[in-house]
Design a protein around this ligand. Sequence first.
Ligand SMILES: Nc1ncnc2c1ncn2[C@@H]1O[C@H](COP(=O)(O)OP(=O)(O)OP(=O)(O)O)[C@@H](O)[C@H]1O
Ligand SMILES: [Mg+2]
Length: 267
Amino acid sequence: MSTDFTASEVQAVIRTHTGPVADFQRTARGFSSDVTAIVECEKGPFFIKAIRNRPGGRRDSLTRERQINPFVWPISPALRWHAEDESWIVLGFEAVEGRSSDFGPDSADLSSVVELIDCIGKLQLPPVAEDWPETRWDPFVRDDSEAELLRGDALLHTDINPSNLLVGPVGMWAVDWAWPTRGAAFIDPAILALQLVSAGHSPESAESWASRCTAWRDAEPQAIDAFAAAQLRLYRVALGRKPDQPWLHDMVSAARSWVDHRGVAMD
Ligand SMILES: Nc1ncnc2c1ncn2[C@@H]1O[C@H](COP(=O)(O)OP(=O)(O)OP(=O)(O)O)[C@@H](O)[C@H]1O
Ligand SMILES: [Mg+2]
């Protein structure tokens, strides 16, 4: 059992929900949170996600993740409780047995991955998400009319990547609903397409997987073009800020080949 000070602090905040804790295992992923762990305990087990309670922290993100959970269950594991004191904010989820999915070209997970993204695309937009318009690509589109192509009434996950799609013995989950938004339905399948290219697919192969999603098939091609170009500009800016991050180099070159494949002229 972990005896570090941070873990003990978090355990004190969640104790009424967990009862006595037998084991507190940090997860390998969980870079955006201050602590993520599987907690074996009297009332659990639980997966917990904790952030420090401080101004400018990720409170808004954890609040969104808490508010959206009832509407994305059972695609996401259920949120069982949340706890807060002056130092910590913690979400406690049902713990599931799953591994990160494999997005590679020969992966056996791909059919289930696209099915899951298609299921997300069929969720109703809950009232709580009506005021969460998707705007993060606005600085990276050419003009207002392109920004308009990214608007819509679909509930979006927006962080589709292998470590957020967990493969279990009998099904899959989409975890980490850290910034769900309301936007054009093709955005999640399009994020998947770019992730597939960065995992080694040709753009043709990536798009053929994405095209199993209704929202992709229903999209205007020029909307996907605008999004692909915006992704390239976004990752170029991110790489400019953090040139030492190999994954950002990968995303820029994946976005470049996707944009080239679609024949989108960049300025
Ligand atoms: N309910 C759960 N049960 C078991 N493991 C989980 C559960 N939810 C998430 N995990 C595991 O914990 C990891 C981190 O969770 P999550 O992605 O929500 O945290 P995060 O802080 O936003 O992390 P990151 O920035 O690394 O994506 C996931 O990649 C997954 O492996
Ligand atoms: Mg994650």
